[in-house]
Design a protein around this ligand. Sequence first.
Ligand code: M6R
Length: 366
Amino acid sequence: EKGGYPHFMLKEIHEQPKALRDTMTGRLYPEREEVRLDDIKITKEELENFKKIFIVACGTAYHAGVVGKYVIEKLARIPVEVDLASEFRYREPMVDKDTLVIIISQSGETADTLAALRESKKLGARVLAITNVVGSSVSREADDVLYTWAGPEIAVASTKAYSTQLVALNLIALHFAKLLGTISCEEFAEIALALKKLPDQAKVILDSEGEIKKMAEEYAQREHIFYIGRGLDYAVALEGALKLKEISYIHAEAYAAGELKHGTLALVTEGVPVISLVTQEHLYEKTLSNIKEVKARGAAVIALANEGNKDIAKSADHVMYIPKTHPMLTPVLAVIPLQLFAYYAAVARGCDVDKPRNLAKSVTVE
Ligand code: M6R
């Protein structure tokens, strides 16, 4: 059942090229400049009337939402707020009939997420769900549904659900942008073609997992590991840190790189590993200066950079490279080395990777 892999998590990490492809099948046609999302029935007029979008989810799905905010705002120019379902539901959220609520849930059964969905509907909002499970509570109760088609995810640590949620959010952003006329033909084509290349590019990363395994083993006995990045890199840093703490029990924290000076830098001492994401070229110089700051305090820097960036090797102890893609899509690739890093660190520590202590796959009670 594990298809020859020692754990479901590793199997599911390796299923990502197929899962990413399946999320796009029958939906994205770069040559026709078309996105077909048949289960999303929101019309142009309805979309124009939304004053705001809320993305609401828990855990990894929330981290996908952080990426979603960025891509939807960028392409469709509608303000997006991302919230944790457990916060949103008790906050008297400012939601009404002019709000679109996007609910993200792999299982479609998470108690807080479902409660947030119900609260949104009660307040009159339109609810669009991104989920992986056909017939799940979330899929039944939402007004519109976009399935991720990632296939069953068994390991407690979410991997292919996250990367396919990112693709789903990009499809939604392209669809909305097209309806609203906020995207040029060139930009649409560029992103659509880049999306289509992601499955093969994910495979390239998986083919070099031996290098990541070595790095993970080198740092597996550390007590603390920090993740830093800016923009979309920060969003992925959040997910990378969650993966590591969840399965390896190493204390991991993600920080927006610009926040280091506002407190966290005090924790960076000799030998502390700092995984530094630098895939966002427009933010490269800024994050690089943060890398130099942590390096000056003795940190061991593991950079995660775009292929071709040789400069970063001068400031880092190790570099993980991802193939070149559109800047908005780097999270889909960047998360893969971080999943592998967490996996191999957990294995090196002898942890029960598929069933981490205290955690359940589906959190159906609060
Ligand atoms: O099924 P859901 O997407 O609603 O689950 C949400 C979280 O419980 C889930 O993503 C959790 O954070 C994962 N264990 C993280 O790997």
